[in-house]
Design a protein around this ligand. Structure first.
Ligand code: HEM
Length: 527
């Protein structure tokens, strides 16, 4: 490099550091009294170089760092201190973040900005009163009656109508198929059925009558991926520039969101028309999610939500955000858990035999879409154990409103991220014992064979506290029904990645734990 160029680079770095220090108004020094381990930050670039070096094994890198930290917390940051974050794998600290000091930890403006085009004001991105009002309305959609309806009307239809016929065809052909892709499409179709009330399929070509539904699947994938990358990026300059010029990922995001908007708005409008046609309010007894939110906004006094979104356009926009948030919640989570479960069962044939023994003794649901497998404790334990090792949401975080100190002593400053890694927590010897890296559903069973849950702060796979996952029960019904139906009907031989515990498959660095390259299986129909 020329001397002049070198001088410019140095000048740029010095100015940037000065600006950064000025911007933080003298609060630049990290908290002095903290037990959080700091993994060798560079004075200017923070932990960026290590982050780039470990980007393909990010969750394992963090697990290594958290294991080495006596307090179970680490503190890291990006260039010029951007993205300053404390991450913990300690149950007491998770309890504090998600329950004890819940009010101090919010989604925050940067997450909202990164996700705004996709989910706007929907439940996932909302904080404060906007979140709590939505949460209350949404929670009715997860009643036991709604669960039964999900199991009988949605799961049964998609299982018998598309997933099993698709797998039957794969078994007949003898060809390997990507089970992860099939499970993702199945979950997407089911959640769209719940959220939008549409009964389309992206899985079976003969059932793909609605090409808009296929386009919606692709649009969701693109929008989630781009939004997730934005949420991780420490700076917003590139995003703002590409947004202004409508090029690159900003353009792709806009196109994908356009497809989602058209679809969601047309569903909202036809629902409104259907409601007008039944002015007397004579509904079908158990309204779906969209109808619940419409009713909440139309309450006589306008309802609190109605008051927050007084114009018809504003109301429609929120309804769109609500359904999109739900699709997001259910789209990749259950399929991720099932993908890893099938791989782990193939790598541990002893456990697969126990699941099948239990299924052969339990009331036979005929592999159909009912929830009779709900009393299958071993299957429940196997799914829970698969998510301990491969949590569908491996890493999660909030932003601190005020300064705080986590149990264990890690200091968190206002504006910093406060994260927990469910992936690292599932792999901690101090939480699960010496065999923490083994797949052992038995660890969840009492001597009598009943499943025993642990506190969510130790197993935060579904989050914990006031913002804990609303769809947990629904997810278990879905996962157990699908696993039971597939294992009863087929012998599943994993073709790739090789099923061996000592060489686990790679994952993709996405919001949900996705197996890199998919899960390729050959199926043989059982007698
Ligand atoms: C194995 C499957 C699933 C796992 C592991 C899971 C995990 C999670 C996690 C970690 C969160 C917290 C997200 C955050 O606030 O940062 C969450 C929230 C949520 N989940 Fe799930 N989820 C699953 C399936 C589902 C399903 C099928 C639904 C239903 C459509 C659902 C609905 C929700 C909702 C509505 C929230 C937001 C709660 C709030 O912010 O108040 N989840 N889930």
């Amino acid at each position: 490099m020329e001397t002049a160029q070198l001088a410019y680079v140095l000048l740029f770095l010095v100015t940037a550091v000065l600006l950064f220090h000025l911007r933080r108004g003298g609060r630049s020094a990290p908290a002095k009294l903290t037990t959080a381990h700091r993994p060798h930050p560079n004075p200017v670039l923070g932990n960026t170089v290590e982050f780039i070096r470990n980007r393909r094994r990010f969750f394992d890198w963090y697990t290594d760092l958290l294991r080495a930290s006596p307090s179970g917390a680490i503190e890291a940051w990006g260039p010029f201190g951007a993205g300053h974050a404390v991450t913990t794998a300690c149950p007491a600290a998770v309890e504090h973040l998600l329950r004890g000091n819940f009010g101090n930890y919010v989604r925050g403006p940067s997450f909202r900005a990164a996700m705004s085009e996709l989910i706007g004001d929907g439940l996932f991105a909302a904080d404060g009163r906007l979140w709590s009002v939505q949460r209350k309305v949404a929670s009715y959609a997860f009643s036991s009656r709604a669960l039964r309806r999900f199991s009988d009307d949605v799961l049964a239809v998609h299982l018998r109508g598309t997933l099993l016929p698709f797998l039957d065809a794969a078994a007949a052909s003898g060809e390997a198929v990507d089970l992860q892709d099939a499970l993702r499409r199945f979950a997407f179709d089911s959640i769209c059925h719940v959220a939008f009330g549409v009964e389309s399929s992206t899985l079976l070509e003969t059932a793909r009558e609605d090409s808009r539904h296929e386009a919606l699947f692709a649009a969701f994938d693109a929008a989630v991926e781009i939004s997730f990358r934005r949420a991780l990026a420490p700076f917003t300059l590139v995003r703002k520039l590409t947004g202004l010029l409508n090029v690159g990922s900003s353009r792709r995001l806009r196109e994908a969101v356009g497809v989602i908007d058209d679809y969601a708005m047309s569903v909202v409008e036809s629902k409104e028309a259907a409601c007008r046609d039944r002015e007397d309010g004579d509904g079908d007894g158990d309204p779906d999610l969209l109808s619940r939110f419409m009713a909440a906004m139309d309450e006589e006094d306008g309802g609190e939500l109605g008051a927050m979104f007084p114009t018809p356009e504003g109301k429609r926009r929120l309804l769109r955000d609500v359904v999109v948030s739900f699709v997001l919640a259910g789209k990749d989570t259950t399929s991720s858990a099932l993908t890893w479960l099938f791989w782990l069962l193939a790598a541990n044939p002893r456990c697969e035999r126990r699941v099948r023994d239990e299924l052969s003794r339990s009331p036979d649901g005929g592999g159909g879409g009912d929830a009779k497998g709900m009393h299958t404790h071993y299957l429940h334990a196997a799914i829970t154990e698969a998510m301990r090792l491969y949590p569908p949401v491996p890493f999660n975080g909030r932003v601190a409103v005020g300064d705080d100190v986590l149990p264990g002593g890690a200091a968190v400053r206002a504006g910093w991220f406060a994260n927990y890694s469910a992936y690292a927590m599932g792999r901690m010897e101090r939480l699960w014992g010496e065999d923490c890296l083994e797949f052992s559903p038995e660890r969840w069973l009492r001597d009598g064979g009943e499943f025993v849950a642990v506190d969510a702060a130790r197993y935060p796979v579904f989050h914990a506290g006031p913002r804990a996952c609303l769809g947990k029960e629904m997810a278990y019904v879905q996962m157990k029904t699908v696993a039971a139906a597939v294992l009863r009907r087929f012998s599943v031989e994993v073709a790739a990645p090789a099923p061996a515990m000592d060489s686990p498959p790679a994952y993709e660095m996405t919001a949900t734990m996705k197996m890199k390259g998919g899960l390729w299986v050959r199926l043989r129909k059982r007698e």
